[in-house]
Design a protein around this ligand. Structure first.
Ligand SMILES: Nc1ncnc2c1ncn2[C@@H]1O[C@H](COP(=O)(O)OP(=O)(O)OP(=O)(O)O)[C@@H](O)[C@H]1O
Ligand SMILES: [Mg+2]
Length: 331
């Protein structure tokens, strides 16, 4: 199977008045053709900065992508592209959906004009050709009365309907990859479920690969094939959804899973949060970023940064402790 995206050792920092924020500290992962990869982790773990770095959307300054490569479609390195080349890829071969549809949509353009714009820009369509395609797209994302809605403005739509419009823009040019950064967080719970369903339906119909960012491990099982767990701007664990849920290898993942409300338990309503606070990204680390919060940390965890190693087929973890063995991992 071919790879849509291969990210190697991405490092992104922000040079602020308070100091250097080490936001992304060596992130590597890949996404295969048609696959959905979920990226999970607490607030501040570097999920959005990772994606913004790939899309060339990091504000520079204060941000700087200092290392890494991001090979798209086994050919082009996104990090080496000129701003014009990246603008072409963004919205063309890579669609994106962010948390807040309001920030993506232009308030003074009609819905129809905004979706057409993408088609005219990336596909070279005439306005007339684009119009037919826009009606088709609005129907595809479940917006009723598309002919009428074409002429509406974003403020005339509910949050869920706006997000459907953003999704229509994201899929308009039949991208190879869609990056969705917490696309349901700003929506009501019932609307969230509808948007997740719509996403799954479109993904299957279009065969497009998706990176789905969330801090909710609960929705991951329903949407993704694989999961990347991030901690302190680093990958903590990468595995198939099944392996991650059945045999998590990183104490942080175990904590995240423990924080999920259990359907089969009497305490179904109680959310357990992981003790302690995330690392201060202003301090460059020379040891495991999770050591402070980890029940299993031993000497080595305070002396070295654990590299990401493969511990099972396709199962990678950055941890010196082997929970199954009950002691330090070999090697
Ligand atoms: N423009 C910026 N200037 C300085 N620091 C920034 C900037 N943008 C992001 N950061 C910092 O980078 C770190 C990673 O942030 P990021 O937004 O990637 O987290 P996240 O995992 O997406 O969190 P959330 O779940 O809250 O969206 C944070 O410490 C954040 O404060
Ligand atoms: Mg984010």
């Amino acid at each position: 199977m071919s790879k849509v995206l291969e990210v190697n050792d991405l490092v992104t920092k922000f040079y602020t008045l308070d100091g250097v924020v080490n936001a992304v500290n060596g992130v590597s992962f890949d996404v295969e053709d048609g696959e959905t990869l979920a990226i999970v982790g607490e607030s501040g773990s570097g999920k959005s900065v990772t994606m913004m770095s790939l899309l060339g959307l990091i504000p520079m300054p204060p941000g700087k992508v200092e290392n890494g490569e991001a090979i798209f479609m086994e050919r082009q390195d996104l990090l080496q592209m000129t701003p014009a080349e990246l603008r072409d890829v963004r919205g063309g071969q890579i669609g994106f959906v962010f948390q807040d549809p309001i920030s993506t949509l232009n308030p003074i353009l009609t819905i129809g004009e905004q979706i057409s714009e993408t088609l005219v820009k990336h596909k070279g369509m005439s306005k007339n050709e684009a119009r037919d395609r826009v009606i088709e797209l609005l129907t595809q994302v479940g917006i009723p009365d598309p002919d009428l809605r074409y002429k509406a403005y974003p403020f005339q739509f509910s949050g869920g309907m706006r997000q459907r419009v953003v999704i229509a823009i994201a899929i308009a040019c039949t991208p190879k990859l869609i990056i969705a950064d917490e696309p349901t967080t700003a929506l009501d719970v019932t609307v969230q479920a509808q948007i997740v369903d719509l996403f799954k339906r479109l993904r299957d119909a279009l065969g497009v690969a998706v990176i789905w960012i969330t801090h909710d491990l609960g929705v991951v099982a329903g949407i993704a094939e694989r999961v990347l767990v991030m901690y302190g701007g680093r990958p903590a664990e990468i595995a198939s959804v099944k392996d991650l849920y059945e045999s998590p290898k990183h104490p942080y993942t175990v904590g995240l899973l423990g924080a999920l409300p259990r359907l089969d338990s009497r305490e179904s309503k109680r959310l357990v949060s992981i003790k302690g606070a995330p690392p201060d990204l202003l301090i460059p680390l020379a040891h495991c970023p999770f050591a402070w919060r980890c029940d299993y940390a031993f000497d080595r965890c305070w002396e070295e940064i654990p590299p990401l190693i493969e511990v099972g087929v396709g199962h990678h973890v950055a941890c010196f402790y082997d929970m199954e063995k009950g002691g330090p991992r070999n090697g």
